[in-house]
Design a protein around this ligand. Structure first.
Ligand code: S3P
Ligand code: PEP
Length: 443
């Protein structure tokens, strides 16, 4: 997908300022397309993230019979085929760099009698799929994966699927969602037991489309149950701004002295807002203004002002609510005073890259002291002093690594060169114009 590497360096000559709006939430955008494609009739989605990951989901659903079109006003119209109504795709489905597309679509196709081949880029082809293969096999899918339970893989679904109770072995919203999506076309109740809460967009949106979903406390967690067989009703969805994307301008504003930035319309679902809670514990000045509900999701404008940050021990239980935000938290920690200890985050090792190892290597190259441990990273902050920089860092086909080091460059004595910024287009295609609009300079 990404041809020639595109290096990127950002710098700041003075404070960042302005009002910005980040693109639509990636998790919600994937789910809006998938559930609309299974509804009977036409759904409208406003604010859909038009990043490569979400476009991979759209292309896959289109290849299986859903009508998916972008309107001149930027809204997307989706003509659904009904639960169980997807058609046999003619070619392999290319998931690009997107774990969410792959795992959720595997679930969705597991209850269709279709043979589907999933392929992806070099990063996605290294990521573990066994965590979805296991429950989907129990639901009746026949899956042949590459060694280690990886892509490329071929799957033959069963229609209807067999309802199961699945106790999640890892805290993963993708696995939870895959099982619930398969359960839509299974007779009776399909239940996922979750020990630690993870993002609940699937549960919220399934209920919004008219599926019967219940969440009940069970010893040591909660049981999320979907009842199969219900017809999904089309609906209009407004996608809030992505808190995971907002994290980059937010941390940029915190670390560039004198900055004040307003980020409008940021989704702050409590299963997603961990970074903002942790930054507040570190002393960050981030005010939530104009709190409201958008499309059933809590949203606010974030006013971020630069100021000193204090290193802390980040409570491991917060991890699922900010799992994608650790790379940029490592950057904030690099500018804080004292040590920031971030543990219980071994899941970072199986994202688009090993985010602990990739960030540790790049931070060290930029002169930041850090200690990698099996389940995390301990960063010794520079107490507000700029990092030395003067290094080229590898983004490893990982959008969040690329954006994190671009932001670090804003507070570095010498340039921080990101070797390849092309992956940023997977989740935040307008990252660069947004950052330059706030006063950053491409250096
Ligand atoms: O369900 C989702 O939309 C996502 C869940 C998380 O993955 P895991 O479920 O693998 O933790 C997250 O890292 C990913 O960016 C999006
Ligand atoms: C991990 C991520 O996404 P995915 O799993 O969908 O590739 C991410 O966006 O940081």
């Amino acid at each position: 997908m990404h041809a020639a590497p595109r290096p990127l360096t950002l710098a700041a000559d003075g404070p960042l300022s302005g009002h910005v709006r980040v693109p639509g939430d990636k998790s919600i955008s994937h789910r809006a397309l998938m559930l609309s494609a299974l509804a009977v009739g036409t759904s409208r989605v406003s604010g859909l993230l038009e990043g490569e990951d979400v476009l991979a989901t759209a292309a896959a659903l289109r290849a299986c019979g859903a009508g998916i079109d972008r309107q001149a006003d930027g809204d997307w119209l989706i003509d659904g085929v009904g639960v169980g109504g997807l058609l046999q795709p003619l070619n392999a489905l290319d998931m690009g760099n997107s774990g969410t597309s792959t795992r959720l679509l595997m679930g969705l196709f597991a209850s269709h009698a279709l043979t589907v081949t999933f392929v992806g880029d070099a990063s996605l082809s290294r990521r573990p799929m066994q965590r979805v293969i296991d429950p989907l096999r129990r639901m009746g899918a026949d899956i042949s994966a590459s060694p280690g339970g990886r892509l490329p893989l071929m799957q033959r679904g069963l229609c209807p699927a067999i309802p199961i109770v699945h106790d999640l072995p890892v805290a993963s919203a993708q696995v939870k969602s895959a099982v619930l999506l398969a359960g839509l076309n299974a007779p009776g109740a399909t239940t996922v037991i979750e020990r630690t809460p993870t993002r609940d967009h699937s549960e919220r949106m399934l209920a919004g489309f008219g599926a019967e979903v219940t969440v009940e406390p069970v010893p040591g967690g909660s049981a999320i149950t979907v009842r199969g067989g219900a017809e999904l009703r089309p609906r209009d969805i407004v996608v809030p701004g992505d808190p995971s994307s907002a994290a980059f301008p937010a941390v940029a504003a915190l670390i560039v002295p004198g900055s004040e930035v307003l980020i409008e319309g940021v989704g702050l679902n409590p299963t997603r807002d961990g970074l903002y809670r942790v930054l507040a514990m570190m002393g960050a000045d981030i005010a939530r203004e104009n709190s409201r509900l958008v499309g059933g999701e809590p949203v606010a404008d974030l006013r971020v002002r630069a100021g000193p940050l204090i290193g802390i021990e980040v409570p491991p239980e917060v991890a699922p609510s900010m799992i994608d935000e650790y790379p940029i938290l490592f950057v904030a920690a690099a500018l804080a005073s004292g040590r920031t200890v971030m543990r219980g985050i071994e899941e970072l090792r199986v994202k688009e890259s090993d985010r602990i190892a990739t960030m540790a290597a790049g931070l060290r190259a930029c002169g930041v002291e850090c200690e990698e441990v099996p389940d995390g990273l301990i960063v010794t902050g520079r107490d507000g002093a700029p990092v030395p920089g003067g290094a080229t860092v590898a983004s490893m086909l990982d959008h969040r690594i690329a954006m994190s080091f671009a932001v670090l460059g804003l507070r570095a004595d010498q340039p921080v060169i990101v070797d390849d910024a092309a992956p940023i287009a997977t989740s935040f295609p307008d990252f660069l114009p947004l950052m330059t609009g706030l006063g950053a300079r491409v250096g």
